[in-house]
Write a protein that binds this ligand. Structure first.
Ligand code: ZN
Length: 197
């Protein structure tokens, strides 16, 4: 249907989160029917994003600038750092507009089953800067791995910065819940209702 180019496009789109083969076919058909107004701009935007976007060397966010727009923002409190598992969590929290500091992306959680150990997480820059910070907010999933990671990271932070206030979001985050699937109101409540660890 449509030739190998179209099959390949549908196959690639169908692997994206939220899209299956059926949605991918519909999207591709819509683009093919309006190649100049829909397909060409999308192709150009994908190429531009793929060329420009990189991992922020300070926090681990994905952005076309390094440091990213959040790390480079002079209005934000650089000493208040919210630690998240992934960029999706960062973008979800950022959407709420509730956090006035910056972020730090771990790149996952400790996981015995998943084979993720301390060396697999991005913590070096966080631990190096820890004694200059005013507060660290741990915004990790309410899962066993999230809790294990929070305990482990708290221990590491206490070693380099014993006085540093460390808080955890929790209120409103259901057990087993990943942050990036929560609605904005729940995330806002979780961030505001953080408590000391
Ligand atoms: Zn950054």
């Amino acid at each position: 249907m449509g030739g190998p180019e179209v099959d390949r496009l549908i196959g690639l789109l169908a692997k994206l989160p939220g899209l299956g083969p059926r949605s991918a076919r519909r999207a591709v058909l819509r683009m093919l029917q309006q190649p100049e107004t829909r397909m060409a701009p999308l192709a150009a935007a994908i190429t531009a994003a793929a060329r420009a976007v990189r991992t922020c060397s300070v926090c681990g966010n994905l952005d076309s600038r390094d440091p990213c727009g959040i790390c480079a923002d002079p209005v934000r409190d650089q000493s208040l750092v919210c630690v998240v598992e992934g960029v999706g969590d960062l973008w979800a929290l950022e959407r709420t507009g509730a956090h006035r500091g910056r972020y730090h992306v771990l790149g996952g959680t400790l996981s015995a089953l998943g084979g993720t150990g301390p060396d697999d997480l991005n913590t070096t820059s966080l631990l190096q800067l820890a004694d200059e910070l005013s507060e660290i907010i741990l915004a990790l999933s309410a899962t066993v791995d999230g809790a294990t990671t929070a305990h482990w990271l708290t221990d590491q932070l206490r070693r380099v910065a014993p006085e540093l206030p460390i808080t955890r979001v929790g209120q409103g985050v259901p057990f087993g819940g990943a942050l990036d699937v929560l609605d904005d109101g729940t995330l806002l409540a979780a961030l505001k209702g953080r408590r000391s660890v």
